[in-house]
Design a protein around this ligand. Structure first.
Ligand SMILES: Nc1nc2c(c(=O)[nH]1)N[C@H]1C(S)=C(S)[C@@H](COP(=O)(O)OP(=O)(O)OC[C@H]3O[C@@H](n4cnc5c(=O)[nH]c(N)nc54)[C@H](O)[C@@H]3O)O[C@H]1N2
Ligand SMILES: Nc1nc2c(c(=O)[nH]1)N[C@H]1C(S)=C(S)[C@@H](COP(=O)(O)OP(=O)(O)OC[C@H]3O[C@@H](n4cnc5c(=O)[nH]c(N)nc54)[C@H](O)[C@@H]3O)O[C@H]1N2
Ligand code: SF4
Ligand SMILES: [Mo]
Length: 762
């Protein structure tokens, strides 16, 4: 079967208009320039007064939790503002003045909108009214909330089996909304709760649950300031978690060393100019990485194995470099793990990494001489077929050093969306724990479904095969975020009903089922007022701290609803036998929190503890050295090397984020830190490979591959000569997603392998 890329038409239109500009890369991240760019971005989208009003509340205690990433706020907040360039862009994107209202939808047909870029769609502004499109129609039309809820209820209730519906969640949803949503979905009768985590840190969750007993990281911000060594694998903080750089700067001032392991030399990991410091604005800033290892894509397991073989070798003469006491008392599986390591040939492992042995030795020495080690990681480790193996191997390294469960040491998966971790804690999971299901049946008087539901990739396949017929999305942009865009597009179009609860217009709205609904939702910046009382919501950050968030702006229209209210009304209309008083719950959000307290452990005195403006920490066994695995030990594991052996003409491609996007939301067309302006259809290549292919910078190429007897291709990438290992390519997500086959998933976590896809060049 040959697949033609349905996006190629739109990409071609973009191509003709765009004038790509490639410059030298800057030598540092942030600095005064970041402040200027952030302010320019927000002031062109919102009036200055309104902008300053919001920024004044951003990440303040009892203020608006930044809708960007999940990096935590320090206890002591800067008077200058505790936010970054990309936090400001996230605010501007949400609170912009422009409106995608019914007049807008009357003017533009869906097929016309399909040809627009993601950037253009986002610039049309906030959604203002519930909209519907029915079979045979060309335009979305206004519909009342009551009628929209009836359409949903009728569709859900006409299914033969509740498992014929899937309920997606994206990680901005608050704890309160997430809890209500999963309760409604389970009352309706299914565990089909795919969420963005499935495409993100699922591999981390699976690996950490198995090895240390909880699918979350173990460190707090304070641990960074006590650490001796911080290893950063597959993560680009200057773009995706910018305030992490100030944390690293402080950790280094306290004596920590930092090592980055990444195929790309990401500029923020090299040097950072803290815009809040004189030295950051006027001076040279701070060096972040003491050592930078440019590993080949998906050779992290090979690197870690090589490092550990060398550590064991060193320990023969200096046993103190390993934590014998910890290994003997706190762990299981060490003997088997060590034996397996002996099966590997050191030279072959080093060869695979593409890193010089001398550099690997530098890393080994840093690890040997230090005890308190933190490992951070992002999508560069999770999104591979061996994503779970990557993280388990990283845990192995921490375990031989005893570097988990004591101050200054531990695991730090750096989470993506601002409440993605909270959503999981609230029970958004296709594989819910028995404990949660038991609590639900105890508290709500019904037996929730026990069988495993669909994750993202499972839901796509089921929609494609017409086993799932109704799709509801709580936020997110399912089509563009998912792998295999063309296949996913067919899957969504096969549905009887697709419903998206959204703040902004996106491509998923344009790839609708027989009936399509868009329901306009409030975002973080919007003020929610009920019964004369303004309501706040709560969220959990990447380090397990739960705190409030409260918007302050007038919502974009009187028809925009809060997420909990939207869910309550759908639930009320769909589930007639009332075990839950949905109206009561949304009358005051504290009523929802009371139910969360009764159902989810760690939320005792939830409403009371939220009064502390710092929030409160959720229980975390590994943080204190209590491993909550069934055997009460931290478990060593045996992990597989990648299977990315390429043929001569093949490359391994990663799909990554530019500096001007938040996932599928495109803030602008520049990637300042990589020196690319005005175009996103680019492929970063090693100069050696460019020459080998007879190409030169700026040439346009097609990337294609063949998995499962299907050809996938995307046309129109401009070649950029870049500092990336030979045989490796980098493109942007979501443009390159049509090349990621659905079947290429991480073992156990099912996370799409969007960081290692084989491609060829035309
Ligand atoms: N501004 C902004 N902030 C964001 C987001 C955004 O899109 N924009 N997205 C949010 C979300 S949901 C998430 S999950 C996070 C994502 O944050 P990151 O995890 O930083 O995401 P990516 O840009 O995908 O970059 C991953 C990094 O992994 C590297 N990499 C790729 N393959 C490999 C490999 O095989 N090995 C190693 N060691 N490294 C590799 C890439 O070069 C890149 O530097 O950010 C969150 N924050
Ligand atoms: N190839 C490739 N694919 C990837 C990745 C990759 O690195 N490479 N990364 C993956 C990762 S890590 C993730 S997390 C997913 C992201 O997948 P998603 O979470 O599905 O995508 P987003 O782009 O974050 O969703 C943006 C949309 O959310 C809606 N929205 C924004 N704020 C709110 C809100 O407050 N409430 C509501 N109701 N809606 C809101 C807006 O309408 C906006 O258009 O993508 C994954 N896909
Ligand atoms: S680091 Fe993340 S949470 Fe903090 S302001 Fe920047 S985008 Fe927002
Ligand atoms: Mo993510």
């Amino acid at each position: 079967m040959k697949q033609i890329n349905s996006l190629s038409l739109f990409l071609f239109v973009m191509k003709k208009n765009s004038k790509i500009r490639i410059t030298n890369r800057p030598s540092y991240a942030a600095g005064g320039k970041a402040v200027i760019i952030a302010l320019k971005n927000i002031f062109t989208r919102m009036p200055i007064g309104k902008s300053l009003k919001v920024l004044n509340k951003l990440n303040k205690k009892n203020g608006i939790d930044c809708p960007g990433c999940a990096w935590p706020d320090p206890d002591k907040r800067s008077k200058l503002g505790e936010y970054c360039e990309n936090g400001v862009k996230a605010i501007a994107e949400e609170a912009m003045e422009a409106r995608a209202n019914p007049e807008f939808f009357a003017k533009h047909s869906v097929s016309e909108l399909e040809r627009k870029s993601d950037y253009w769609l986002g610039q049309q502004g906030r959604l203002t009214h519930p909209m519907i499109i029915r079979e045979g129609q060309s335009h979305y039309q206004k519909i009342s909330w009551d009628e929209a809820n009836k359409v949903i209820a009728e569709n859900l209730n006409s299914l033969k089996d509740p498992n014929e519906a899937a309920f997606y969640t994206s990680g901005r949803t608050s704890n309160e909304a997430a809890f209500l949503y999963q309760l409604f979905v389970r009352m309706y009768g299914t565990n089909n709760l795919p969420d963005c985590s499935n495409m993100c840190h699922e591999s981390s969750g699976v690996a950490l649950s198995k090895t240390v007993g909880i699918g979350k990281g173990s460190v707090t911000l304070d641990d960074f300031y006590k650490s001796d060594l911080i290893l950063i694998f597959g993560q680009n903080p200057a773009t995706n978690h910018p305030r992490m750089l100030s944390c690293l700067e402080k950790a280094k001032a306290n004596g920590a060393k930092v090592v980055s392991i990444n195929p790309l030399k990401e500029v923020g990991l090299v040097r950072f100019k803290n815009p809040q410091k004189i030295n950051g604005v006027m001076g040279n800033g701070s060096i972040i990485s003491d050592l930078y290892l440019q590993v080949r894509i998906n050779e992290d397991v090979a690197l870690l194995k090589a490092v550990m073989i060398k550590l064991f070798e060193k320990a023969k003469t200096n046993p103190a470099i390993l934590d014998k006491f910890f290994i003997e008392n706190k762990t299981a599986g060490f003997k088997e793990f060590k034996e397996e390591l002996n099966n590997h040939d050191l030279g072959a492992l080093i060869n695979r990494t593409g890193i010089k042995e001398k550099e690997i030795d530098s890393l080994v020495n840093l690890i040997a001489e230090r005890k308190n080690i933190i490992t951070c990681w992002g999508m560069g480790l999770t999104q591979h077929v061996n994503g779970v193996d990557n993280i388990q191997e990283l845990v192995n390294l921490l375990l031989i050093k005893g570097s988990i469960g004591r101050p200054g040491a531990g695991t730090c998966p750096v989470r993506g969306h601002s409440n993605v971790q909270g959503d999981r804690t609230m029970g958004i999971a296709e594989r819910p724990s028995k404990e949660l299901l038991n609590k639900i049946s105890e508290n709500f008087g019904f037996t929730p479904p026990q069988e495993e539901g669909y994750s993202v990739t499972g839901a796509i396949k089921a929609m494609y095969e017409e086993k799932v017929k109704v799709f509801i999305g709580m936020g997110g942009n399912f089509l563009s975020a998912s792998p295999d865009t063309n296949y996913t597009s067919v899957a969504l179009k096969n549905c009887n009903l697709t419903t998206h609860i959204s703040t902004k217009l996106n491509r998923s709205h344009l790839t609708h089922g027989k009936t399509g609904l868009i329901l306009p939702s409030m975002g973080r910046t919007d003020k929610y007022f009920k019964n004369g009382k303004s309501q706040f919501l709560s969220v959990e950050n990447s380090m397990g701290v739960v705190h409030t968030t409260q918007g302050i702006l007038k919502p974009p229209s009187e028809f925009v609803e809060s997420e909990p209210v939207i869910i309550a009304n759908i639930a009320k209309e769909t589930i007639k036998q009332d075990k839950v008083d949905w109206d009561f719950l949304v009358e005051d959000y504290k009523n929802i929190r009371d139910l969360i307290e009764k159902t989810i452990s760690g939320f005792e005195d939830y409403n009371d503890r939220l009064k502390n403006p710092q929030g409160f920490e959720l229980p975390n066994g590994p943080r204190k050295g209590d491993f909550t695995t069934p055997n009460k030990k931290a478990n060593f594991t045996i992990n597989k090397l990648s299977e990315n052996i390429c043929k001569e003409e093949e490359y391994i491609m990663m799909t990554t984020r530019s500096h001007d996007q938040f996932n599928t939301t495109i803030y602008g067309l520049d990637d300042r830190y990589r020196g690319v302006y005005n175009d996103r259809m680019v492929v970063f290549m090693n100069e050696y490979d460019i020459k080998k292919e007879g190409l030169k910078q700026g040439d346009q190429i097609t990337l294609y591959n063949n998995y499962d007897n299907t050809e996938r291709l995307v046309e129109g990438f401009s070649v950029i000569s870049y500092n990336i290992p030979k045989g490796c390519l980098a493109t942007y997500f979501p443009e390159a997603n049509p090349l990621v086959p659905l079947s290429l998933q991480a073992r156990l976590s099912h996370t799409p392998s969007s960081k290692s896809v084989k491609v060829k060049i035309k």
